[in-house]
Design a protein around this ligand. Structure first.
Ligand SMILES: Cc1ncc(COP(=O)(O)O)c(C=O)c1O
Length: 397
């Protein structure tokens, strides 16, 4: 039984009681460094409360370095200052660094907050469901294991993606216009071949360097265009001699700015007037924590100027290597004239499993779960920045 007391009634939220009591016990050693903390379920049953305050308290402890999560094992106490009981507010930064350097028992990597934007929370991956769907894919399709699949991707998966994109991202397409691939590098390579000589490709600066490098490798010349509070600077784009542009309009990478509706219209007008193409990277369109989801630029495009690219790397897993590209009709026709060797679809087994994952409703449930998990962390991060950095930090994007 974990020693926590919740007062009968007061104004302080339950999660704060949990957080401060557990933190105090870790700091004074009552909960020893490295001890396993109870599971969310055990603690909520013991205290007869819902799981949300327990999860929030555990997230705060983890974010502040008082607890460390070990995948598939649980949460462990980690006292950031085991020997000196000083509050972080009373010590200088260098004192704290020295204290932790000389007294840490856990590896430094356990005490870090990892801000790598390409990584997902591995604990949130639906291991059992995915294992089952992979097994089912092999047994249900055993008769197809002897042959190559469609180089544009399995038709069933393309249909499932088209339906998802139509209902959730406002993308207008059918399965015939989708090319399933193994990631952005692959999609950019194909898009570059379809641009038919449009080699000057504008790019957000700062932007996604992988795309810049892939464009160069594929014979295009990337043109850096500045980014402002509303995404790509359209004045600069219009003043350039770009023939195509790569953008992340729903959540600019890396600044996080969002391109407003009038700017989207203006970008599409530019593309139409210049006979240019827009490559829309909707890499994390699933994640929007406040307000309504922003529909895709592709859905606004009435003239077939947008190549839309999305991925399973952000909400599902970057390890599976599955993404998709939606082509305008004209480029779909051009694709059919490219040599077949240009296209290499990913593993059929993973594609079949993903098709079932979407068709059986797991994908929609999974996105809701991930959105809720990341929304809480996003809120917590903002709260901690405000609490600890106050007016010294400006939060944007
Ligand atoms: C801006 C941007 N686009 C796309 C992706 C996804 O790429 P992929 O589908 O190759 O995993 C990422 C991944 O980090 C990204 O940061």
């Amino acid at each position: 039984m974990f020693d926590i007391l919740l007062p009968e009634s007061d104004d302080k939220p339950i999660y704060l009681h949990l957080y401060s009591q557990i933190r105090a016990r870790i700091r004074d050693g009552t909960i020893p460094d490295g001890a396993r903390l109870p599971s969310v379920r055990a603690l909520r049953q013991q205290l007869n409360i819902s799981k949300t305050p327990v999860e929030t308290a555990f997230q705060m402890l983890t974010a502040e370095g008082y607890a460390v999560s070990r995948p598939r094992s649980g949460l462990y106490a980690a006292n950031p200052l085991p020997l000196s009981d000083q509050s972080p507010d009373q010590s200088t930064h260098s004192e704290r660094r020295q204290a932790s350097a000389s007294t840490d028992s856990a590896p430094a990597s356990d005490r870090m907050i990892d801000f790598d934007p390409t990584k997902l929370d591995a604990n949130a991956f639906p291991v059992r469901t995915w294992q089952k769907l992979l097994r089912d894919a092999v047994s249900d399709r055993a008769g197809e294991m002897g042959s190559y699949g469609d180089p544009r991707g399995e038709p069933g998966l393309r249909r499932a993606i088209a339906e998802y994109l139509g209902s959730s991202r406002g993308v207008r397409c059918d399965a015939d216009r989708i090319v399933v691939g193994s990631g952005m590098a692959y999609s950019v390579g194909i898009a570059a071949k379809l641009l038919a000589g449009r080699s000057r490709v504008a790019m957000e600066a700062p932007g996604y360097n992988l795309v810049r490098d892939q464009l160069t490798l594929n014979g295009c010349a990337p043109l850096p265009i500045p980014v402002g509070d509303h995404g790509l600077d359209l004045d600069a784009l219009e003043a350039s001699d770009a023939e195509a542009v790569y953008v992340t309009p729903s959540h600019q990478f890396p600044t996080g700015s969002v391109m407003p509706y009038p700017a989207r219209e203006r970008l599409l007008r530019w593309a139409e007037a210049r006979d240019a193409y827009v490559i829309e990277d909707d890499y994390d369109g699933e994640f929007r924590y406040v307000g309504k989801p922003i529909p895709s630029l592709q859905g606004l495009d009435a003239h077939g100027r947008v190549v839309y690219v999305g991925t399973f790397s952000k909400a599902f897993s970057p390890a599976v290597r599955l993404n998709y590209m939606v082509l305008p009709l004209e480029l779909t026709e051009r694709l059919s004239r490219l040599p077949r060797e240009v296209l290499h679809a990913p593993s059929r087994v993973e594609q079949w499993a993903m098709q079932s994952f979407i068709e059986q409703g797991h994908w929609y449930r999974h996105i809701r779960r991930m959105r809720s998990l990341y929304r809480k962390r996003h809120g917590l991060l903002i709260e901690l920045i405000r609490t600890h950095l106050g007016s010294r930090a400006l939060i944007t994007g």
